[in-house]
Design a protein around this ligand. Structure first.
Ligand code: G4P
Length: 527
């Protein structure tokens, strides 16, 4: 197959949701359609279940499962679909944000009973920042959920995106009778069947068709006619351009558990979702069709066996063809690297690959050369942008409990934060280290791994820090500010100065006092 055709058949995306909305179940159903697995229940949930917080190994084991299911590829109707998995646990939200830098679109799963939840809103913010096209799947229609019109309104208000219903439910919960596909005018009647992989549709030329009354009962048939007319008047036909620009999100209703409403979602996804797109770098935009290979690392995962400190770095191919054993330039380290055993993923199996195309994700064994955001090229000096650090929410100072092991601690914390497990801010003089995370869990994982993998004993002491803020604006004013607030300035991993604001009030006061400085909660921002 030609290079252009290889690119044109790839769809790389992530399924995202608030925990428990049904992401894992939906992923599994997609794999069933793709023929990658034969039975339901074959995909292990990668969720980090609510374990006792002290059960570190359990947490790590569960994180380990997410490596196995990090990328799942399958063929469907001539397309190659790459699903990038994201951890469900909120404490690992930043892993999810970073994975979103490696996809071209997302499917957002919402529980019809709970509606838009906290994590859904945050994930959507990240999608909006990157203008990632979104399709929404409203799940669990077999339960009594919120009114579908209210759900649409909630999506628009809370997610700040226009919605466009593509299917429409006929009742919910026990009375759930199925969905009507608004564009094709077909009816998909509900029957709960957890293993069935195809939905049968009844094509209606007209909603006035009297068969509808027979199938749904007069009352429900009438309600559907009214709803459909209303929706048609308000929404009309979906506009692909608006979807591609992330202005409109097509919305489907269904039940992942019952394998219902999945086929139309997948079919529309295959048709609408973008193929690998061009991506901004420090030098220029890189187009996937360029012949020379480029790619970036968006995720790093440690080996579960503490005796082996190698890690797996996940590379998204952005342009050209990635080839096994070919030397590439590691732009940050300015050195040549080559990979003898890169692998790709087919459902749950890993396979060594000889080549990979734009949109593909390749797993690379790494002995500590990579950090998140690193770029590989055929020599050109460019770095992919848009892989920002986010301000953590919990900050603690790292204190060394064994002066004989300072070097090990230093190396350990560097490597573990390279993996993206937490953010590290270093303050000079004195090399004080502040570690920031999204959840408490990471501190426990860090402390455990520092001790077991690096032999370093440490403690984390809480610090009153509200946010880490990157700065832009008038250089002289930034210099003045940094002098004045010396005690609250630290460097991030890339050597960028960050203001560690103690409280929201102090941050606002500083903003008023230094109007020529903009404070940002992410390391990348539009100036
Ligand atoms: P997540 O990855 O987004 O966290 O969610 P997951 O798919 O694990 O689903 C969370 C729970 O919701 C699971 O139940 C799952 O079976 C259930 N679920 C998913 N889709 C539907 C649906 O369409 N209808 C209904 N009624 N339930 C659904 P669980 O009891 O937490 O886990 P399990 O024991 O079933 O695996």
């Amino acid at each position: 197959m030609s290079f252009d055709k290889e690119i044109a058949r790839r769809k790389t995306f992530a399924i995202i949701s608030h925990p428990d909305a049904g992401k894992t179940t939906l992923t599994e159903k997609f794999l069933l359609f793709g023929g990658q697995i034969q039975t339901a229940g074959a995909v292990k949930s990668n969720k980090i279940k609510k374990t006792a917080a002290s059960d570190f190994m359990e947490i790590e084991k569960q994180r380990g499962i997410s490596v196995a299911t990090s990328v799942m590829s399958f063929e469907y109707k001539g397309k190659l679909v790459n699903i990038l998995d994201t951890p469900g646990h909120k404490d690992f939200a930043e892993d999810t944000y970073r994975t979103l830098t490696a996809v071209d679109s997302v499917i957002l799963v919402v529980d019809c009973v709970k509606g838009v939840e906290e994590q859904t809103e945050r994930l959507m913010e990240v999608c909006r920042m990157r203008a990632t096209p979104v399709i929404v799947f409203i799940n669990k229609l077999d339960r009594d959920g919120k009114d579908p019109f209210d759900l649409l309104e909630e999506l628009e208000n809370k997610l700040n995106i226009k919605v466009h219903p593509m299917s429409w439910p006929i009742n919910m919960g026990r009375d759930f009778k199925g969905v009507y596909l608004l564009e094709s005018g077909s009816l998909n009647l509900f029957e709960s069947n957890k293993s069935k992989v195809s939905d049968d549709y009844l094509r209606l030329t007209d909603l006035q068709d009297s068969r509808l009354d027979g199938m749904l009962g007069e009352k429900d048939a009438e309600k559907l006619r009214e709803d459909a007319e209303l929706i048609d008047g308000v929404y009309g036909k979906v506009n692909r351009e608006e979807y591609m620009q992330a202005h409109v999100a097509p919305v489907f209703f269904g039940s992942a558990l019952n394998n219902f409403g999945i086929q139309e979602l997948l079919d529309t996804f295959i048709e609408l979702a973008p193929i690998p797109q061009s991506r901004p770098t420090s030098a220029r935009d890189v187009d996937p069709n360029e012949k020379k290979f480029t790619g970036f690392i968006f995720k790093i995962h440690a080996n579960l066996d503490p005796k082996h400190r190698d890690r797996i770095a996940f590379l998204r191919v952005c342009s050209g063809v990635f080839e096994r054993n070919k030397p590439y330039t590691h732009v940050r380290l300015e050195k040549q690297v080559r990979f003898a055993n890169p692998y790709t993923f087919l459902a749950q199996s890993k396979e060594v690959v000889d080549d990979a195309y734009p949109g593909d994700v390749v797993g690379l064994y790494d002995t500590g050369n990579f950090k998140i955001g690193d770029t590989l090229t055929e020599g050109e000096k460019l770095m992919f942008k848009g892989i920002p650090s986010f301000s953590p929410e919990i900050f603690k100072e790292l204190l060394n409990l064994d002066p004989m092991k300072s070097k090990q601690l230093e190396k350990g914390i560097q490597q573990l934060t390279d993996e993206g497990l937490a953010s590290l801010f270093t303050q000079e003089p004195g090399s004080r280290k502040f570690v920031g995370t999204v959840g408490e869990l990471q501190f426990e994982v860090l402390q455990y791994r520092l001790e077991h993998e690096y032999g370093a004993k440490c403690r984390f002491d809480p610090r009153q820090i509200h946010k880490a803020c990157w700065m832009s604006g008038d250089e002289n004013e930034i210099k003045d500010f940094m002098k004045f607030r010396m005690n609250n300035i630290a460097m991030d991993k890339d050597g960028q100065p960050v203001f560690l604001a103690e409280t929201g009030y102090i941050l606002r006061t500083m903003q008023e006092k230094y109007p020529k400085i903009s404070f940002h909660a992410t390391s990348e921002f539009k100036v």
